[in-house]
Design a protein around this ligand. Sequence first.
Ligand SMILES: [Ca+2]
Length: 226
Amino acid sequence: MFLLLPIYSLSISTFPVLLTCLPPWEFSVVGSVDRKLSDLERSVSNLTESVSLHLSKLHEKVGNLETKLSDLKRSVLNMTERVSFHSSKLPKKVGCPDGWNLHNSSCYFFSAYQASWYTARDSCRSMDATLLILTDEEEWVFVNIMSVGRPFWLGLSDERTGEWEWVNESPYIMNRSKWMPGQPDNWAGHSIGGTEDCAHITSGKLNDNHCTVAYTFICKARPAPN
Ligand SMILES: [Ca+2]
């Protein structure tokens, strides 16, 4: 009587015992299975060793990457602190809105479009600015340069009282050298009626004209701190 156990239920250690119970013609089959099992064990062992080796290398690479990432974070932190330190040493800048010119701590807007004196005044106000009031000779020179060849409304009018005054109702001290020859003449020949009560500047010289005439204009504002 032979044992009829399935081969896969046998371990290698049980084979010597079992072999004594097998007939001779079964030895070759068992021997073949034994070799295959041994080969399989070697393959598994080699594979385990290989996986272990790769895992070890992978862990080493991850460790290196973590070290580099840590170094990089420190570098970024150092650079951020240095930029912050140097930024704090920079003088505070003043800023004008886009399209405005900064000059002597004031912002100037030279419009590209034309409008009546009234619309120009209101447009400046809507931008928290004032239709230009010229305050000193240096500012005259700046505006002269910027107004070459084009008329710009200024915040100067005699419509309210008959006397020339700035748009903030401060008095204008007449200086005829600043006016075109023969101006202001309060000319009344306009087809639209009325006289000339508003002043514009062209190439550094003033002239009075009808307030409804459309000219470009200059607004002035204080710069906003950044
Ligand atoms: Ca005139």
